[in-house]
Design a protein around this ligand. Structure first.
Ligand code: FNR
Length: 373
Protein backbone atom coordinates (compact mmCIF):
# COMPACT_ATOMS: atom_id res chain seq x y z
CA UNK A 1 0.00 0.00 0.00
CA UNK A 2 0.97 3.66 -0.01
CA UNK A 3 3.06 5.40 2.63
CA UNK A 4 0.97 6.17 5.75
CA UNK A 5 -0.24 9.73 5.30
CA UNK A 6 1.55 10.92 8.46
CA UNK A 7 4.82 10.06 6.76
CA UNK A 8 4.26 12.32 3.75
CA UNK A 9 6.40 15.39 4.31
CA UNK A 10 6.04 17.04 0.92
CA UNK A 11 4.09 16.91 -2.35
CA UNK A 12 6.59 14.52 -3.90
CA UNK A 13 5.68 11.91 -1.29
CA UNK A 14 2.01 12.38 -2.14
CA UNK A 15 2.73 11.83 -5.81
CA UNK A 16 4.67 8.60 -5.08
CA UNK A 17 1.82 7.37 -2.91
CA UNK A 18 -0.64 7.96 -5.75
CA UNK A 19 1.56 6.18 -8.25
CA UNK A 20 1.53 3.12 -5.96
CA UNK A 21 -2.25 2.90 -5.64
CA UNK A 22 -3.65 4.22 -8.91
CA UNK A 23 -4.80 1.89 -11.65
CA UNK A 24 -2.77 2.33 -14.81
CA UNK A 25 -5.46 4.19 -16.73
CA UNK A 26 -5.84 6.84 -14.04
CA UNK A 27 -2.11 7.28 -13.39
CA UNK A 28 -1.50 7.61 -17.11
CA UNK A 29 -4.24 10.19 -17.57
CA UNK A 30 -3.17 12.26 -14.57
CA UNK A 31 0.59 12.10 -14.94
CA UNK A 32 1.03 12.28 -18.67
CA UNK A 33 1.59 15.32 -20.83
CA UNK A 34 1.85 15.93 -24.55
CA UNK A 35 4.42 14.70 -27.06
CA UNK A 36 7.96 14.81 -25.63
CA UNK A 37 6.95 16.37 -22.29
CA UNK A 38 9.16 19.42 -22.85
CA UNK A 39 6.58 21.87 -21.56
CA UNK A 40 5.73 19.71 -18.58
CA UNK A 41 9.40 19.37 -17.58
CA UNK A 42 9.95 23.09 -17.98
CA UNK A 43 7.00 23.74 -15.73
CA UNK A 44 8.69 21.72 -13.02
CA UNK A 45 12.21 23.11 -13.47
CA UNK A 46 11.78 26.78 -14.39
CA UNK A 47 10.84 27.66 -10.82
CA UNK A 48 14.28 26.78 -9.51
CA UNK A 49 15.95 29.17 -11.92
CA UNK A 50 14.48 32.08 -9.99
CA UNK A 51 16.44 32.88 -6.84
CA UNK A 52 15.27 34.72 -3.76
CA UNK A 53 16.98 37.79 -2.37
CA UNK A 54 16.22 37.09 1.28
CA UNK A 55 16.44 39.87 3.87
CA UNK A 56 17.33 39.17 7.48
CA UNK A 57 16.50 40.66 10.88
CA UNK A 58 13.06 41.87 9.86
CA UNK A 59 11.00 40.65 12.84
CA UNK A 60 8.94 37.99 11.15
CA UNK A 61 7.15 36.66 14.19
CA UNK A 62 3.62 37.17 12.85
CA UNK A 63 2.82 36.12 9.31
CA UNK A 64 -0.32 36.88 7.29
CA UNK A 65 -0.99 34.64 4.30
CA UNK A 66 -4.41 35.97 3.23
CA UNK A 67 -5.05 37.02 -0.33
CA UNK A 68 -8.04 37.91 -2.47
CA UNK A 69 -8.35 35.76 -5.58
CA UNK A 70 -10.71 37.08 -8.28
CA UNK A 71 -12.19 39.24 -5.56
CA UNK A 72 -12.86 36.43 -3.07
CA UNK A 73 -11.14 36.19 0.26
CA UNK A 74 -8.79 33.20 0.46
CA UNK A 75 -6.79 32.18 3.50
CA UNK A 76 -3.88 31.24 1.24
CA UNK A 77 -2.55 32.56 -2.11
CA UNK A 78 -3.20 29.36 -4.05
CA UNK A 79 -6.16 27.45 -5.41
CA UNK A 80 -7.21 24.09 -6.79
CA UNK A 81 -6.78 24.25 -10.58
CA UNK A 82 -9.47 22.73 -12.80
CA UNK A 83 -8.73 19.10 -13.61
CA UNK A 84 -11.16 16.68 -15.18
CA UNK A 85 -12.15 13.25 -13.91
CA UNK A 86 -11.13 13.13 -10.26
CA UNK A 87 -13.44 10.11 -10.10
CA UNK A 88 -10.76 7.97 -11.75
CA UNK A 89 -8.71 8.34 -8.59
CA UNK A 90 -11.32 8.08 -5.82
CA UNK A 91 -15.03 7.24 -5.64
CA UNK A 92 -15.76 10.60 -3.96
CA UNK A 93 -13.88 12.34 -6.76
CA UNK A 94 -14.23 16.14 -6.76
CA UNK A 95 -16.16 16.08 -3.47
CA UNK A 96 -12.80 15.62 -1.74
CA UNK A 97 -11.63 18.85 -3.35
CA UNK A 98 -14.71 20.80 -2.28
CA UNK A 99 -14.16 19.59 1.29
CA UNK A 100 -10.54 20.72 1.21
CA UNK A 101 -11.42 24.12 -0.24
CA UNK A 102 -14.05 24.58 2.48
CA UNK A 103 -11.91 23.54 5.39
CA UNK A 104 -9.08 25.91 4.44
CA UNK A 105 -11.15 28.59 2.75
CA UNK A 106 -9.46 28.60 -0.63
CA UNK A 107 -11.00 28.71 -4.14
CA UNK A 108 -11.65 25.58 -6.15
CA UNK A 109 -11.90 25.96 -9.93
CA UNK A 110 -14.23 23.10 -10.85
CA UNK A 111 -13.51 21.52 -14.24
CA UNK A 112 -16.07 21.37 -16.99
CA UNK A 113 -15.19 17.67 -17.10
CA UNK A 114 -15.83 16.99 -13.43
CA UNK A 115 -16.82 13.38 -12.58
CA UNK A 116 -19.27 14.57 -9.91
CA UNK A 117 -22.09 16.80 -11.15
CA UNK A 118 -21.77 20.54 -10.69
CA UNK A 119 -25.05 20.47 -8.73
CA UNK A 120 -23.70 17.96 -6.26
CA UNK A 121 -20.51 19.94 -5.78
CA UNK A 122 -22.46 23.15 -5.17
CA UNK A 123 -24.47 21.24 -2.53
CA UNK A 124 -21.33 19.84 -0.96
CA UNK A 125 -20.14 23.41 -0.49
CA UNK A 126 -23.40 24.32 1.26
CA UNK A 127 -22.96 21.60 3.91
CA UNK A 128 -21.82 22.73 7.33
CA UNK A 129 -18.23 23.88 7.42
CA UNK A 130 -16.09 26.90 7.08
CA UNK A 131 -15.53 28.70 3.77
CA UNK A 132 -14.36 28.03 0.27
CA UNK A 133 -15.64 29.29 -3.03
CA UNK A 134 -16.36 27.49 -6.31
CA UNK A 135 -15.48 28.88 -9.70
CA UNK A 136 -16.63 27.31 -12.97
CA UNK A 137 -14.15 26.31 -15.67
CA UNK A 138 -15.71 26.17 -19.11
CA UNK A 139 -14.73 24.60 -22.41
CA UNK A 140 -16.72 26.13 -25.25
CA UNK A 141 -18.68 23.35 -26.94
CA UNK A 142 -19.19 22.89 -30.66
CA UNK A 143 -22.77 24.08 -30.19
CA UNK A 144 -23.20 27.66 -29.04
CA UNK A 145 -26.58 26.99 -27.33
CA UNK A 146 -25.08 24.18 -25.31
CA UNK A 147 -22.24 26.42 -24.20
CA UNK A 148 -24.63 29.18 -23.19
CA UNK A 149 -26.77 26.66 -21.31
CA UNK A 150 -23.74 25.58 -19.34
CA UNK A 151 -22.88 29.15 -18.44
CA UNK A 152 -26.43 29.85 -17.28
CA UNK A 153 -26.49 26.69 -15.22
CA UNK A 154 -23.20 27.63 -13.54
CA UNK A 155 -24.72 31.01 -12.65
CA UNK A 156 -27.83 29.42 -11.20
CA UNK A 157 -25.80 27.00 -9.12
CA UNK A 158 -23.93 29.86 -7.52
CA UNK A 159 -20.49 29.47 -9.07
CA UNK A 160 -18.82 32.81 -8.41
CA UNK A 161 -16.41 33.27 -11.30
CA UNK A 162 -16.10 31.92 -14.83
CA UNK A 163 -12.82 30.58 -16.17
CA UNK A 164 -12.81 29.91 -19.90
CA UNK A 165 -10.02 27.66 -21.08
CA UNK A 166 -8.80 28.70 -24.52
CA UNK A 167 -5.71 26.54 -25.10
CA UNK A 168 -7.68 23.50 -26.22
CA UNK A 169 -8.76 24.11 -29.81
CA UNK A 170 -8.02 20.39 -30.07
CA UNK A 171 -6.63 17.95 -27.53
CA UNK A 172 -2.85 17.84 -27.34
CA UNK A 173 -1.14 14.63 -28.38
CA UNK A 174 -1.02 12.56 -25.21
CA UNK A 175 0.88 9.54 -26.36
CA UNK A 176 0.84 7.63 -23.09
CA UNK A 177 -2.96 7.74 -23.02
CA UNK A 178 -2.99 6.59 -26.63
CA UNK A 179 -0.66 3.72 -25.93
CA UNK A 180 -2.72 2.57 -23.00
CA UNK A 181 -5.90 2.50 -25.06
CA UNK A 182 -4.14 0.90 -27.96
CA UNK A 183 -2.99 -1.95 -25.74
CA UNK A 184 -6.45 -2.36 -24.23
CA UNK A 185 -8.06 -2.51 -27.64
CA UNK A 186 -5.45 -4.99 -28.84
CA UNK A 187 -6.00 -7.28 -25.85
CA UNK A 188 -9.74 -7.25 -26.44
CA UNK A 189 -9.33 -7.80 -30.14
CA UNK A 190 -11.09 -4.50 -30.87
CA UNK A 191 -10.33 -1.88 -33.45
CA UNK A 192 -8.31 0.97 -32.04
CA UNK A 193 -9.52 4.54 -32.51
CA UNK A 194 -6.92 7.18 -31.70
CA UNK A 195 -7.65 9.07 -28.56
CA UNK A 196 -6.68 12.58 -29.44
CA UNK A 197 -6.54 15.05 -32.19
CA UNK A 198 -8.47 14.46 -35.33
CA UNK A 199 -10.47 11.32 -34.62
CA UNK A 200 -14.21 11.68 -35.24
CA UNK A 201 -16.48 11.68 -32.21
CA UNK A 202 -18.46 8.48 -31.82
CA UNK A 203 -21.59 8.14 -29.75
CA UNK A 204 -20.21 6.61 -26.59
CA UNK A 205 -16.94 8.48 -26.51
CA UNK A 206 -15.65 9.92 -23.34
CA UNK A 207 -16.19 13.57 -24.20
CA UNK A 208 -13.35 14.82 -22.07
CA UNK A 209 -10.82 12.82 -24.00
CA UNK A 210 -12.06 13.35 -27.49
CA UNK A 211 -13.11 16.01 -29.89
CA UNK A 212 -15.86 17.97 -28.17
CA UNK A 213 -13.64 21.00 -28.25
CA UNK A 214 -14.56 23.76 -30.60
CA UNK A 215 -11.67 24.42 -32.96
CA UNK A 216 -13.63 27.23 -34.64
CA UNK A 217 -13.70 29.41 -31.53
CA UNK A 218 -12.14 32.88 -31.79
CA UNK A 219 -11.91 36.10 -29.79
CA UNK A 220 -15.27 37.30 -31.13
CA UNK A 221 -17.00 34.35 -29.49
CA UNK A 222 -15.78 35.53 -26.12
CA UNK A 223 -18.22 38.43 -26.49
CA UNK A 224 -21.25 36.15 -26.25
CA UNK A 225 -19.59 34.15 -23.49
CA UNK A 226 -19.22 37.39 -21.56
CA UNK A 227 -22.80 38.36 -22.27
CA UNK A 228 -24.14 34.99 -21.13
CA UNK A 229 -22.25 35.25 -17.85
CA UNK A 230 -23.42 38.82 -17.37
CA UNK A 231 -22.40 40.54 -14.17
CA UNK A 232 -22.45 37.33 -12.15
CA UNK A 233 -18.77 37.75 -11.30
CA UNK A 234 -15.34 38.03 -12.86
CA UNK A 235 -14.14 36.10 -15.92
CA UNK A 236 -10.62 34.76 -16.32
CA UNK A 237 -9.16 33.60 -19.64
CA UNK A 238 -7.10 30.46 -19.03
CA UNK A 239 -4.29 29.38 -21.29
CA UNK A 240 -2.74 32.73 -22.23
CA UNK A 241 1.00 32.43 -22.95
CA UNK A 242 1.97 35.58 -24.88
CA UNK A 243 2.01 39.35 -24.50
CA UNK A 244 -0.18 39.71 -27.60
CA UNK A 245 -2.99 37.58 -26.20
CA UNK A 246 -2.67 39.09 -22.75
CA UNK A 247 -3.23 42.48 -24.34
CA UNK A 248 -6.30 41.39 -26.30
CA UNK A 249 -7.88 39.81 -23.22
CA UNK A 250 -7.26 42.89 -21.08
CA UNK A 251 -8.44 45.30 -23.75
CA UNK A 252 -11.65 43.30 -24.16
CA UNK A 253 -12.31 44.04 -20.51
CA UNK A 254 -11.85 40.61 -18.97
CA UNK A 255 -11.01 40.86 -15.32
CA UNK A 256 -8.27 38.27 -15.35
CA UNK A 257 -5.78 36.32 -17.43
CA UNK A 258 -4.62 32.90 -16.32
CA UNK A 259 -1.16 32.01 -17.63
CA UNK A 260 -0.89 28.27 -18.13
CA UNK A 261 0.31 25.66 -20.59
CA UNK A 262 -2.29 23.23 -19.27
CA UNK A 263 0.21 21.22 -17.28
CA UNK A 264 2.24 20.65 -20.47
CA UNK A 265 -0.66 18.74 -22.00
CA UNK A 266 -1.36 20.95 -25.01
CA UNK A 267 1.23 22.52 -27.33
CA UNK A 268 4.61 21.01 -26.52
CA UNK A 269 7.47 23.50 -26.25
CA UNK A 270 5.08 26.20 -25.21
CA UNK A 271 6.51 28.33 -22.38
CA UNK A 272 5.70 27.67 -18.75
CA UNK A 273 3.22 30.00 -17.10
CA UNK A 274 6.19 31.46 -15.24
CA UNK A 275 8.06 32.33 -18.44
CA UNK A 276 4.92 33.83 -19.91
CA UNK A 277 4.67 35.98 -16.77
CA UNK A 278 8.23 37.20 -17.28
CA UNK A 279 7.56 38.02 -20.94
CA UNK A 280 4.37 39.89 -20.18
CA UNK A 281 6.00 41.85 -17.32
CA UNK A 282 8.64 43.00 -19.73
CA UNK A 283 6.56 43.97 -22.75
CA UNK A 284 3.22 44.87 -21.21
CA UNK A 285 3.81 46.01 -17.64
CA UNK A 286 0.43 47.79 -17.60
CA UNK A 287 -1.21 44.39 -17.43
CA UNK A 288 -1.10 44.40 -13.64
CA UNK A 289 -3.19 47.57 -13.41
CA UNK A 290 -5.82 46.26 -15.78
CA UNK A 291 -6.09 42.59 -15.10
CA UNK A 292 -5.60 40.09 -12.33
CA UNK A 293 -2.92 37.60 -13.29
CA UNK A 294 -3.26 33.96 -12.24
CA UNK A 295 -0.81 31.24 -13.13
CA UNK A 296 -0.14 27.52 -12.85
CA UNK A 297 2.17 24.72 -13.92
CA UNK A 298 4.63 22.60 -11.99
CA UNK A 299 4.06 24.24 -8.63
CA UNK A 300 5.15 21.70 -6.01
CA UNK A 301 6.47 23.97 -3.25
CA UNK A 302 5.24 27.12 -1.61
CA UNK A 303 8.47 28.82 -2.51
CA UNK A 304 7.27 28.58 -6.15
CA UNK A 305 4.10 30.38 -5.14
CA UNK A 306 6.09 33.13 -3.43
CA UNK A 307 8.17 33.67 -6.55
CA UNK A 308 5.09 34.04 -8.74
CA UNK A 309 3.59 36.53 -6.30
CA UNK A 310 6.81 38.58 -6.21
CA UNK A 311 6.55 38.84 -9.99
CA UNK A 312 2.98 40.11 -9.91
CA UNK A 313 0.67 37.08 -9.91
CA UNK A 314 -2.29 37.28 -7.56
CA UNK A 315 -2.77 33.56 -7.07
CA UNK A 316 -1.27 30.29 -8.18
CA UNK A 317 -2.99 27.01 -9.08
CA UNK A 318 -2.01 23.40 -8.58
CA UNK A 319 -3.48 20.58 -10.64
CA UNK A 320 -1.85 17.17 -10.34
CA UNK A 321 -0.88 17.37 -6.66
CA UNK A 322 -4.56 17.52 -5.70
CA UNK A 323 -5.50 14.62 -7.98
CA UNK A 324 -2.68 12.54 -6.49
CA UNK A 325 -3.70 13.46 -2.97
CA UNK A 326 -7.34 12.44 -3.36
CA UNK A 327 -6.33 9.26 -5.16
CA UNK A 328 -4.01 8.10 -2.40
CA UNK A 329 -5.85 9.37 0.67
CA UNK A 330 -9.25 10.87 -0.28
CA UNK A 331 -10.26 14.06 1.52
CA UNK A 332 -7.48 13.56 4.11
CA UNK A 333 -4.96 13.75 1.30
CA UNK A 334 -6.37 17.01 0.00
CA UNK A 335 -6.23 18.51 3.49
CA UNK A 336 -2.68 17.26 3.85
CA UNK A 337 -1.54 18.95 0.63
CA UNK A 338 -3.03 22.26 1.70
CA UNK A 339 -1.50 21.94 5.17
CA UNK A 340 1.95 21.14 3.78
CA UNK A 341 1.78 24.12 1.43
CA UNK A 342 0.52 26.37 4.20
CA UNK A 343 3.39 25.33 6.52
CA UNK A 344 5.95 25.73 3.77
CA UNK A 345 4.60 29.16 2.91
CA UNK A 346 4.76 30.41 6.47
CA UNK A 347 8.36 29.28 6.80
CA UNK A 348 9.46 30.57 3.40
CA UNK A 349 7.91 33.97 4.06
CA UNK A 350 9.81 34.29 7.32
CA UNK A 351 13.07 33.18 5.72
CA UNK A 352 12.55 35.69 2.91
CA UNK A 353 11.94 38.42 5.47
CA UNK A 354 8.28 39.30 4.86
CA UNK A 355 5.23 39.09 7.10
CA UNK A 356 2.49 39.81 4.57
CA UNK A 357 1.97 38.86 0.93
CA UNK A 358 1.35 42.52 0.12
CA UNK A 359 5.01 43.19 0.78
CA UNK A 360 6.19 40.93 -2.04
CA UNK A 361 7.97 42.82 -4.83
CA UNK A 362 9.98 41.94 -7.95
CA UNK A 363 13.24 43.02 -6.31
CA UNK A 364 12.87 40.15 -3.85
CA UNK A 365 13.81 37.68 -6.58
CA UNK A 366 16.71 37.37 -8.97
CA UNK A 367 15.45 36.22 -12.36
CA UNK A 368 18.59 36.91 -14.42
CA UNK A 369 19.09 33.25 -15.25
CA UNK A 370 15.65 32.97 -16.86
CA UNK A 371 15.84 36.43 -18.49
CA UNK A 372 18.96 35.36 -20.33
CA UNK A 373 17.61 32.12 -21.73
C1 FNR B 1 -5.86 19.33 -16.39
N1 FNR B 1 -6.02 20.68 -16.72
C2 FNR B 1 -7.28 21.12 -17.07
N2 FNR B 1 -7.48 22.45 -17.33
C3 FNR B 1 -8.71 22.90 -17.63
O1 FNR B 1 -8.86 24.10 -17.84
N3 FNR B 1 -9.77 22.05 -17.67
C4 FNR B 1 -9.65 20.72 -17.43
O2 FNR B 1 -10.63 19.97 -17.45
C5 FNR B 1 -8.36 20.22 -17.15
N4 FNR B 1 -8.17 18.90 -16.92
C6 FNR B 1 -6.95 18.44 -16.51
C7 FNR B 1 -6.79 17.10 -16.19
C8 FNR B 1 -5.58 16.65 -15.70
C9 FNR B 1 -5.44 15.20 -15.35
C10 FNR B 1 -4.49 17.54 -15.56
C11 FNR B 1 -3.16 17.07 -15.02
C12 FNR B 1 -4.64 18.85 -15.91
C13 FNR B 1 -4.92 21.64 -16.56
C14 FNR B 1 -4.88 22.20 -15.13
O3 FNR B 1 -5.92 23.12 -14.93
C15 FNR B 1 -3.59 22.95 -14.83
O4 FNR B 1 -3.37 23.91 -15.83
C16 FNR B 1 -2.36 22.04 -14.72
O5 FNR B 1 -2.68 20.83 -14.11
C17 FNR B 1 -1.29 22.74 -13.91
O6 FNR B 1 -0.12 22.00 -13.86
P1 FNR B 1 0.26 21.02 -12.64
O7 FNR B 1 -0.06 21.75 -11.35
O8 FNR B 1 -0.56 19.79 -12.82
O9 FNR B 1 1.71 20.80 -12.85
Amino acid sequence: GPLPIEMCVNLHDISLAAQKVLPERAWTYYASASEDLHSHRRNLHDWDRILFRPRVLKNVKHVNMHRKILGFESSLPFFIAPAAMAGLGHPDGERCLVRGAKKFNIPYFVSDGSSVSHEDLAQELEREGYGGVLFYQLYAKKKKDLTIQRIHRARQLGYKALIITVDTAVMGIREEDDRYRMRQAFERGEKYIPLCGLAPLTKDDDWVLRGVHNAALDWNDLKWVKEAWGNTGPISIKGILTTEDAKIACEMGFQSIYLSNHGGRQIDSGPSGLRALLEIRRFYPDVFDKCEVLLDGGVRRSRDILKALCLGATGVGLGRPFLYALSAYGTEGVLKVIQILSDELEISMRLLGVTSLDELRPHMVNKLDLDNS
